[in-house]
Design a binder for this molecule. Sequence first.
Ligand code: FAD
Ligand code: ZN
Length: 470
Amino acid sequence: MADERLLDDLAGIVGAANVLTDAADLAPHLVDWRGRYRGRARCLVKPGATGEVAAVVRRCVAERVPMLPQGGNTGLVGGGTPDDSGGTVIISLARMRRIREVDPVNFTLTAEAGCLLREVQTAAEEADRLFPLSLAAEGSCQIGGNLSTNAGGVHVLRYGNMRELTLGLEVVLPDGSIWEGLRALRKDNTGYDLKQLFIGAEGTLGVITAAVLKLFPRPRAQAVAWLAVPAPAAAVELLSSMRSEFGDRVTAFEIIAASALELVLVHIPGAVQPLADPRAWQVLVELSDTAGDRALSGALETMLAGAMEAGAVEDAVVAQSGAQAQALWKLRESISEAQRIEGFSIKHDISVPVSRIAGFLESAEPRLREAFGQVRIVAFGHIGDGNLHYNLSRPAGLDNDEFIAQTPLVNRIVHDLVVELGGSISAEHGLGQLKRDEIRRYKSPTELDLMRALKRALDPAGLMNPGKLL
Ligand code: FAD
Ligand code: ZN
């Protein structure tokens, strides 16, 4: 009875068609992208406006019903999957999809949280501006999800992560009140910077409903190259030389182990090996310039020729057309998908100072081999940000269950090393359910207590995305 009344009330707020209870309708929202976490929910509601989100939250709080904000459900740590209590109300932002304003002179754009990342990129482009956040899930992830995970992606090196791209937020707090923080200011020193609390909070402190995002001048020229390097240390040195020579024009610098490219070549139709002679470590580099007349590709070719002579680069191909550049990017962007098709993998999303990346790679593999004998490392990532997706796939001689059983010890070895090197066990994906317990080993009691105190202050009843992050 109480359940029916709640559903009726929610339907009264958002319209009956926007309350889903049917098992088939709910199914895609109860499992994460990798198929690793599954849960149950009472219903999914799709509010169409901030006031409706607030009313839904107030109604749930009155009934002490747990809530889960959900975006495009592309998250990789189980933060957007409900628990299996079956009591959760999923709040989907999918209908809140308006670009409220584009201000090209202020270089800002105000978007509702349900806008797809790609829609925001396109709206910026239409105003001759760039919104630089870019990741393989951009066709399905939402701005609200990007904010709540503080998403990174391939252009952080030049433009920063979501936190650095955000000027203001509008948030429905866990008591149903609305915080109007949609300021489009680059300077605002009026006390605590509250928006920072919600960015990266993984939906545990409220529902983000809109944001003011930073725009940039649109690049007119781009040069993309795929290189083979003798070792990760050489890649890091090359990155330094490139930044010295090209400054801010270095917009992406990604490392790809041969094992990662191999999975793409096997699983992604149309993928073609870019270099004649595949090497253990490869790099995808992108330069961008707002001045269209600069001969960027030529400058990159000259630089790479010098690097090849010095032995810092073993082989290189510079894209000769937009289509070729896109094909190179597609190889990089398909790695997660190829890995998913390959099967279960033990994933790490780690960061260390860029200067310690090579040290990390040199130490991690021997430590894992010592513990397990055979390992199959599939590493790739945003080396320009010190961020690696250091994943392990199942070695040929091991069955799936045996491999999965290794997870805790593999995590221990990798994460202990990361922390020894002054790094983080979650660079860009968040904690969600995947690293909620693991983080306790690495954050000090003081830091954890401070986080818990913030959670209690904003959500004393613990109803906003419970069981995630903390
Ligand atoms: P969801 O998965 O729906 O939710 C993620 C978290 O945010 C959950 O905790 C949820 O509760 C919360 N949330 C969602 N919307 C809101 C809201 N409006 N208010 C409050 N909380 C909310 N991530 C990177 O950082 N860099 C990458 O390069 C990258 N590459 C990826 C590649 C692939 C192929 C895939 C599948 C994922 C990748 N990701 C990457 C992870 C993922 O795309 C990002 O974390 C993305 O930001 C999640 O957005 P989403 O809308 O799908 O959020
Ligand atoms: Zn990434």
